[in-house]
Design a protein around this ligand. Sequence first.
Ligand code: ADP
Ligand code: MG
Ligand code: MG
Length: 191
Amino acid sequence: MDLQTSIKWMELFNEKVQANKALLIELDTPIGDSDHGSNMSRGMQHVIEALEAKAPESAADLLKTVAMQLLSKVGGASGPLYGSAFLNMSKAEHQGLSIAEVVKEGLAGIQKRGKAEVGEKTMVDVWSPVVADLEANSLTVESVKAAVEATKDTKATKGRASYVGDRSIGHIDPGSYSSGLLFEAMIEAGV
Ligand code: ADP
Ligand code: MG
Ligand code: MG
């Protein structure tokens, strides 16, 4: 991954997170504690500040900075989960792996920490089909949006949303929505 492309990816992700902060809060209200928008907004603000304070030397370096900021500045479930994803992606990028393999390592980091499988209404429900689409060279904004939308019909069995049981059905998962923004930004940046 080219350094400039990876910078563009994170800038676009930040823009999308800030623009969708209210929506992410709204999605985290019926099935959570209404903080996913503030968590991601704060985290990405720290990411951008850290990248401005010290210019990354490579895409792997950039991904590591993102990981460290999200791990240390975002509370709740999503900080450590995104942090693990970016840390693994940084290592994979450092090894010169393909983007499909890099994102696949990110997913492995999320699953190692959060123990969620596909269908439990978590961000895994977006990361997993995105990995499959990247491997098949068929990832599009539409396929990302479809994966996010599909979380609406599932029942949460992991994370805070599992506390509301059947009442989680009918709502899009907030972490899946923010992950969708990450992958739309990835496509737009031309990663
Ligand atoms: P919290 O739930 O602690 O308030 P956030 O609201 O920031 O944290 O993030 C919630 C999101 O985290 C969920 O929408 C879901 O996508 C994701 N999540 C929660 N638990 C898990 C898990 N075990 N594995 C993967 N993702 C998870
Ligand atoms: Mg929350
Ligand atoms: Mg919380």
